[in-house]
Design a binder for this molecule. Structure first.
Ligand SMILES: [Zn+2]
Length: 261
């Protein structure tokens, strides 16, 4: 499932291509995925930039903004080439019937029209007019320590659940939340507001340091608590203690029984 790193990679993958491009026409649209008014706005529009807050992608055009959310399995394909390469989520299969939104786009570099496809087998992606960015918390890749401290201080919920709450911090999903808690040595079950200053600093440091490393490696599956490590009956790579598993914030959470306190 795409988290902030996958969406940022998707943004970078098409940002240059789409900047200054004109959308000639909409070749295919799925009414379940694409909201009312989107196709009318985008047809003939010039794309100014591609922005992102958390997992929400925003196509900024000269006629308004269109929000793209990839859901569980969505990704961009440009003329049949995936912009992300090897995906940790989704099947990697490419079936035209799973294209939910297809645009014919004329890039500014004069190469001639290309097809931009929103490919989404599970059909849980969403394309909407004027996405409500204001309800989202600060972006995980730009989060300041002060912002993190303020978010945690307000909440009694387990810190893991708060990290997953997109209105608190935008962009962290299940794997990244477990990963930064592991690095910071904080038990995911702790009440968010019980963290002291040093623990908030450690958690912020983990977010600031680990996310860029994983972005360079290719996504949220490249951490210490990788999908393989999460499945296997593996000890903690730091201290050899048993890894624990429980459902927190509605998601399967993995943490170390020794060094996360
Ligand atoms: Zn450990």
């Amino acid at each position: 499932m795409p988290e902030v790193l996958e969406v940022e990679l998707a943004r970078r993958g098409v940002a240059d291509l789409l900047s200054g491009a004109v959308v000639r026409r909409v070749l295919r649209t799925d009414d379940l995925v694409v909201g009312p008014g989107v196709d009318d706005l985008i047809t003939g529009a010039e794309i100014e930039s591609l922005d992102r807050r958390g997992k929400q992608l925003v196509i900024v055009t000269d006629r308004g903004r269109v929000g793209v959310h990839f859901g569980m399995t969505g990704r961009w394909l440009v003329d049949d080439v995936s912009t992300i390469g090897e995906l940790a989520y989704g099947s990697g299969n490419d079936h035209p019937r799973w294209d939910r939104w297809v645009l014919e786009v004329e890039p500014a570099d004069g190469r001639g029209p290309v097809r931009l496809r929103l490919h989404d087998p599970r059909r849980l992606g969403r394309v909407v007019l004027e996405p409500d960015i204001g309800r989202l918390g600060p972006d995980a890749l730009r989060l300041t320590r002060r912002q993190l401290a303020a978010v945690l201080a307000r909440r009694m919920a387990p810190v893991k659940a708060v990290l997953l709450d997109q209105e608190a911090i935008a962009g962290l999903g299940n794997m990244l939340a477990d990963e930064v808690l592991w690095w910071s040595g904080v038990d995911p079950r702790r009440a968010a507001r019980s963290l002291n200053d040093d623990e908030v600093a450690a958690l912020h440091s983990a977010i600031k340091r680990r996310l860029p490393v994983m972005l360079r490696r290719g996504g949220s599956h490249t951490g210490v608590l990788s999908p393989d490590a999460r499945r296997a009956d593996m000890p903690c790579p730091r201290d050899g203690a048993p890894l624990m598993r429980a459902t927190i914030g509605g998601r399967t959470t993995v943490w170390c029984s020794a060094h996360q306190r």
